[in-house]
Design a protein around this ligand. Structure first.
Ligand SMILES: [Zn+2]
Length: 153
C-alpha cells in the first residue's frame, strides 16, 4: 500500500491553464485532504495514526496521501526499514498552507461555533494564542508554521 516517493510521482507545479484559486482547490479542495493536512500539522504523520485520527478508510487515505505527495504538498520518508514503513512530512509548499488552515479554523470558530473555539492555537515559543495566522502579537514576530501548537480549550 505504501510506496516510496519518486521524482516522477510529482506533477508539474505550474498551472498556467487555470486561475490560482482553481489550481489551489485542485490540491486542497477535497475535505479529506484538508483534514489529513490538519493531522500532519499536529504531528500525526504515520499512515495508521492518520487513519485512526480521522476515522478514514484505508483505501481513501491511500488515495488522498498519494494525491498530496503527487502535488508536492507532502513527502514520504521511511521511518522503519523492516518492515518498510513511511511517514508523511510537509514540504515547503505544504507548510505554506498553514495560514489557510488557521484561517479556516478561525472562520469556523466565529461563524459555526458561535465564537467558542473548541481548540486554540498557541505560539509554541511563548504560549500566546495565535489570532492572525502568521504573526505573534506578544513576540511581535512572524510565526513559523512549525512553531504553533493546538490545545483543547
Ligand atoms: Zn509569541
Amino acid at each position: 500500500v505504501l510506496v516510496p516517493a519518486r521524482a516522477s510521482e510529482t506533477k508539474p507545479q505550474t498551472r498556467p491553464d487555470v486561475d490560482s484559486i482553481t489550481a489551489a482547490l485542485d490540491v486542497i479542495g477535497d475535505r479529506w485532504s484538508v483534514l489529513i493536512l490538519r493531522a500532519v500539522f499536529r504531528g500525526v504523520t504515520r499512515f495508521s495514526a492518520i487513519r485512526d485520527d480521522l476515522g478514514i478508510a484505508s483505501n481513501l487515505l491511500t488515495s488522498r496521501l498519494n494525491g498530496l505527495v503527487e502535488e508536492s504538498v507532502l513527502e514520504r520518508r521511511p521511518y522503519c526499514k523492516r518492515p518498510l514503513r513511511y511517514e508523511y512530512r510537509l514540504t515547503d509548499a505544504g507548510r505554506d498552507l498553514s495560514p489557510v488552515l488557521i484561517s479556516l479554523m478561525h472562520w469556523g470558530d466565529q461563524h459555526r461555533q458561535g465564537g467558542n473555539a473548541p481548540t486554540v492555537l498557541l505560539h509554541d515559543d511563548c504560549g500566546t494564542p495565535v489570532r492572525n495566522a502568521t504573526h505573534c502579537p506578544e513576540c511581535a514576530c512572524e510565526i513559523d508554521a512549525t512553531a504553533i501548537r493546538s490545545e483543547e480549550s
